[in-house]
Design a protein around this ligand. Structure first.
Ligand code: AMP
Ligand code: ZN
Length: 460
């Protein structure tokens, strides 16, 4: 049984979706005003792991990730460049989708843009107005927090402690109570929509309530984000949605801890960030970046250093070299323990990830299997059939981890010729020449191993 730590109840709970076998999953997506940084990607990589693992466990996942393409930053950005909001946000949305692909993030089923869901937001706001949860002030519309008695249940915030003057929301408009937040902002110039509720643009939170409920229903299974989303964004999503429908909005809330730099949150405003492209330019492998982000439990803060990225890179190289080497096993005698070891690794992998995505436990089972199999692999005694079993197991779990390099790395004719020449030299006991050839190939990233079954090669 899968268990998740639910931010709402503050404990681990058995996971039971509303509809058997189907999971509705909503992820707060990017504001497309600039390139996402790898801190943002920590959240998206965690959500990708969740998405993939649920599928591995047999669930059909319907995943929605919103695209915030209208807010203060996007509006400022397009005005500064003198281009349309659409043109401006398209640029960053395209970059985001490219980055997702580079990091092997699965595509969500829906990537709804806020600007394409204004009617849905308007109808939700109308409902809130009718029920007395929304009120108008100077052309804008606000949510009346005092009417929603369970406000604070997600974040545990005690609103009575918030003093007048300390704003819950970031807008600068006048309202009944400083703690209230904007549903709709009156706007007469620049970017606005003419709607039944007036001329203006949506507030900060309403898009996620409107778009999640449109694609997943009024109540759905899992909502995710980084811990900074808990308050006020997710708290406000709950208030808006539950006030409008009278139903429980989301059953499981999962939040990842931050990616840190020198123990401070990586963020645009602090300037302590790397975009994915910054790291690719430095020559890092995107799969190593994915691995680094995935391999710490999502609820533990992760301090980013280039040293840790280099370590992740080494792990990925060794992991893939092991995988590639399985291709060339020629041993004939099956070892009955290999099957048992695979079973044990699979059980450990599942029980680790079932426990609130405990990735460290899951990975330690895999590395243990590799360590064991590596013994017979280096001796050259691993049978071709056992090697194939291990290979297909790694491919099976790669539907979750997505870190394997499955491209066959064949040798060029020249490289094959060099290996043959070296074998000839060895037979003729010309070890100096044999070693020279080995060194040349090593420089090309091809490692040779002489086993009782002949010379094996692997590419690093
Ligand atoms: P934003 O564009 O700031 O709304 O962030 C998009 C997503 O990235 C949200 O889910 C945030 O919680 C998440 N996020 C932002 N910074 C970090 C960070 N340093 N570590 C982990 N997640 C982050
Ligand atoms: Zn959101």
């Amino acid at each position: 049984m899968i268990k998740f730590y639910n931010t709402l109840t503050k404990r681990k709970e058995d996971f039971k979706p509303i509809k058997e076998g189907i999971v509705g999953l909503y992820t707060c997506g990017p504001t497309v005003y600039d390139l996402a940084h790898i801190g943002n990607f920590r959240a998206y990589v965690f959500e990708d792991l969740l998405h993939r693992y649920l599928e591995y466990r047999g669930f059909k996942v319907i995943r929605v990730m919103n695209i915030t393409d209208v807010d203060d930053k996007t509006i400022k950005g397009c005005q500064k460049e003198g281009i349309s909001l659409r043109e401006y946000t398209d640029r960053y949305l395209t970059a985001f989708i490219e980055d997702m692909k580079t990091l092997r993030l699965k595509n969500p089923d829906y990537l709804p843009r806020a600007t394409e869901h204004i009617p849905e937001m308007v109808s939700l706001i109308k409902k809130l107005l009718q029920k007395g949860y929304g009120y108008r002030k100077d052309g804008s519309i606000y949510f009346r927090l005092s009417k929603f008695s369970s406000y604070g249940k997600l974040s545990g915030i005690d609103l009575s402690q918030i003093k007048p003057g300390a704003r819950v929301d970031v807008d600068e408009y006048e309202k009944e109570d400083v703690r209230d937040f904007a549903l709709w902002k009156e706007e007469k110039e620049g970017v606005f929509w003419d709607t039944e509720i007036g001329r203006g643009r949506p507030g900060w939170h309403i898009e996620c309530s409107a778009m999640s409920m449109k694609y997943l229903g009024e109540s759905f299974d899992i909502h995710t984000g980084g811990v900074d989303n808990i308050f006020p964004h997710h708290e406000n999503e709950i208030a808006q949605s539950e006030a409008a429908t009278g139903k429980r909005f989301v059953n499981y809330w999962l939040h990842c801890a931050h990616l840190l730099v020198n123990n401070e949150k990586m963020s645009k405003s602090k300037g302590n960030f790397y975009t994915l492209r910054d790291l690719l330019k430095k020559g890092y492998n995107p799969v190593s970046i994915r691995y680094l982000l995935i391999s710490t439990h999502y609820r533990d803060p992760l301090n980013f250093t280039e040293k840790s990225l280099i370590q992740a890179d080494n792990t990925i190289r060794n992991y893939n070299a092991f995988y590639q080497a399985l291709e060339f096993c020629k041993g004939e005698k099956r070892d009955k323990y290999v099957k048992d070891m695979i079973e044990k690794a699979r059980d450990g992998f599942i029980s680790g990830l079932d426990d609130d995505l405990n990735i460290s436990l899951a990975l330690s089972e895999i590395f243990n299997l590799i360590k064991q199999v590596n013994i017979s692999l280096s001796e050259g005694s691993l049978s071709a059939v056992d090697a194939l079993d291990v290979k297909s197991f790694l491919e099976e779990i790669d539907s979750v981890l997505a870190i394997l390099d499955k491209e066959k790395k064949e040798l060029t004719e020249e490289e094959k010729g060099m290996i043959k020449e070296r074998e000839k030299a060895r037979k003729e006991k010309d070890f100096t020449k044999a070693d020279e050839i080995r060194e040349i190939l090593k420089k090309k990233g091809i490692i040779l191993e002489d086993t009782p079954y002949g010379t094996r090669w692997k590419r690093l």
